[in-house]
Write a protein that binds this ligand. Structure first.
Ligand code: NAD
Ligand code: DAU
Length: 350
């Protein structure tokens, strides 16, 4: 019997991690701690929330007293920490929210784990889920490796870099058993439609402009979200304590090429004339400090633990588009209320 705390389990990646663990490990007790910000949605977990090994706790990682009380009460054996503010554009508008959730929130969890485990670290693990954005930006060639120096450019990536440093510092200073993984851009079902792929699927469906930042020449390395969850499972169980693993699918796409692919798939699925959705493409003011290119080398994970991404990108994009078209109620629900205000502030004068 293992008690595992997953933070941010009602968000995009967290919900896929929870589903995998709850279904795959019936003898574990999985606790999902989530504040349910705009990005957290319990609808993401409807298919597993009645299982006897799943428990939901509504709470804020910024509240240190609450976190220490929770760790005292539940005596977790492991933590998989995903809770974070995750959208770069929002971090440019409101950096302090990112400092609080991503840095202070992480330190609260580290303090609680250190306090409760009190040096009895055998069988315990603090797994910190991080991003490739901590490494900064690449030129036209090269890859991010596990030992690439950190060089974050946005308040989001700087806050994640800071949390990574703190996790390592608690390992080096107090011996806290930890693992960090740094993953590239995820896509798939349940992603909040502020991120490129679900935003553009939703806009195409509503015949709204597709706001391409700058010239659309930035490159991202895309991974299907279930492949990320599978990597987390593997690393959590088999990764060496103290290590870092890069996760990515060797699947680089220039934004504009990806957007054109998405338009083609959407035209087909919606029965539209070929080329109709591409007409929605609108070039807008670039993101401040926009990183040019991310590309992950994940050969350590592949060689040491035998992980491989399971899906080709074209197949993953089709699956993703199908999911959003089948789950229009989910999209409509998350784009009502505050979303309209967010959209206007982010895009109206761009
Ligand atoms: P998300 O924004 O979809 O979900 C974040 C979740 O954290 C939400 O459920 C939210 O309610 C919760 N949360 C936020 N602040 C909280 C707080 N103070 N207390 C408790 N819960 C809080 O994010 P995501 O895209 O699923 O990313 C999850 C993690 O993975 C993040 O740490 C992110 O940095 C990392 N990551 C994301 C990607 C990606 O492409 N999305 C890639 C690599 C790494
Ligand atoms: O690399 C991992 C990171 O990927 C994660 O750590 C972040 O949490 C996640 O949000 C993602 O960050 P990006 O900034 O790369 O993702 P986003 O979907 O916001 O943007 C992808 C690319 O598309 C980026 O180059 C900016 C561009 N873009 C984005 C939006 C929202 C546009 O051109 N127009 C848009 O409207």
């Amino acid at each position: 019997m293992k008690k595992i705390l997953v933070t941010g389990g009602a968000g995009f990646i967290g919900s896929h991690v929870i589903r995998l663990f709850v279904n795959r490990y019936p003898d574990y007790q999985i606790y999902n701690l989530d504040k349910l910000t705009y990005a957290g949605n319990l609808e993401n977990l409807r298919d597993v929330d009645q299982k006897p090994n799943y428990h939901f706790i509504k709470g804020d990682i910024i509240d240190g007293d609450f976190i220490i009380g929770l760790f005292k009460k539940e005596q977790f054996d492991g933590v998989i920490h995903l809770a974070a503010e995750s959208h770069v554009d929002r971090s440019i508008a409101n950096p302090m929210e990112f400092i609080m959730a991503n840095i202070v929130g992480t330190v609260n969890l580290l303090n609680a784990a250190k306090h409760i485990w009190k040096g009895h670290f055998e069988g315990k693990l603090f797994y910190h889920v991080s991003t490739d954005e901590v490494y900064g930006s690449l030129g036209d060639t090269g890859f991010f490796y596990e030992d690439t120096p950190y060089d974050p450019h946005s308040p989001y990536s700087a806050s994640k870099a800071s949390s990574d440093h703190l996790v390592r510092a608690y390992h080096d200073t107090y011996g806290l058993p930890m693992i960090i993984s740094n993953c590239s851009n995820n896509y798939g079902p349940n992603q909040f439609p502020e991120k490129l792929i679900p935003l553009f699927i939703n806009n195409i469906r509503h015949d709204k402009p597709l706001p391409v930042y700058g010239k659309g020449e930035n490159v991202r390395d895309w991974l299907y979200v279930e492949d990320h969850a599978a990597a987390i499972d593997l690393i959590f169980h088999k990764g060496l304590v103290g290590e870092t693993f890069n996760i990515g699918g060797h699947n680089e796409w220039k934004n504009i090429d990806l957007i054109k692919l998405l338009c083609r798939v959407m035209d087909e699925k919606l029965g539209r004339t070929k080329g109709k959705s591409e007409k929605l493409i609108t070039y807008v003011t670039d993101r401040a400090g926009h990183d040019l290119r991310y590309a992950i080398d994940s050969s350590k994970l592949q060689k040491q633990l035998g992980w491989e991404p399971s899906l080709q990108f074209e197949e993953g994009i089709e699956k993703t588009v199908d999911w959003y078209l089948k789950n229009q109620a989910w999209l409509d629900n998350v784009t009502s209320g505050n979303y309209q205000k967010y959209y206007e502030e982010m895009y109206l004068n761009r």
